[in-house]
Design a protein. Sequence first.
Length: 347
Amino acid sequence: MEHPRQLKREKFTPITYLLLAVALFFTMVLCICVGSVPIAFSDTVTAVWNAVWGLPVPENIAKNIILNVRLPRVLCVTLAGAGLSICGAAMQGLLRNPLADGSTLGVSSGAALGSMVAVVTGFVLPGFPLGGSMIMAMAFAFGSLILILSLAYTLDRSLSTGSIILIGVIFTMFISAIITLLITFASDHTRSLSFWTMGSFSGVNYDQVKVMCGALLLCGGILIRFSPELNAFAIGEDNARHIGVNVKRVKLIILITVSVLIGICVSIAGTVSFVGLIMPHIARMLVGPNHKRLLPASLFSGAVFLLLADLTARTLLSPIELPIGVVTSIVGAVAFVVIFYKTRKAR
């Protein structure tokens, strides 16, 4: 990660956020209009505008597709992309590791396993059907993150990039084996369990959008609140401690916040890899390394990226829908190699 002196070399201008917001808006509109059933831009804007302001919406096929299928999906994809991206940016800043992300550290796999365990055991919260899988996903995500960092610290006190990524990859493989066993022996739940291994936003509804929105507002707000502390971590934990940062408290709060947000995203959409790895680097190129600007920029860029990935998954082989995790993994695998190569070359 960049040294704090580099924070002075700001790349940010107010127009950057405006451009990101405009890009997000038009990407959302594009994703609502384009699909197996094309819908005119004017019909999309009219239906959404009237629905927002409580005005009557013309009864036609477009209304049903826009308001009941595509709009909740687009909103959920937007929120999930923003959440996963800001989590990746926060983890990279906290660990001073440019390859830190929920997918590379095994956190997403742990959250998926937690959701699967909830389905297999029938664990639910009364009055909140999604609550069981969310609680288990959050708990397993946090446990996975703590376990991986503890093992990496035991093997390498410096917590180098190579050690953390190696432990994360091994842990992900281990979790994948357990997930395969669950799918094999829980034949009654094969279809629902397979959902968490590939990722999909098919069938999401407004209740899930509300949960995602609440989680992003709460967790995203907490992470942005700790932007100065994340900047301080760029000079190392010892130096951050000397300038008044409560290192243990900040690390615990950020790790819990990241685990909660990733857990909720995975419980709703399954494993969506590499969003938190790629987009913080793109945002860093746009606004610089200062986390006060990097975290909000990561929100916008992550949302745009996942919207485009979901659009590709829906339309590339229409009417067959690809799992969104396939699209993000293909792009992410290439980006991972490039980032890892540049990281090693810079040493």
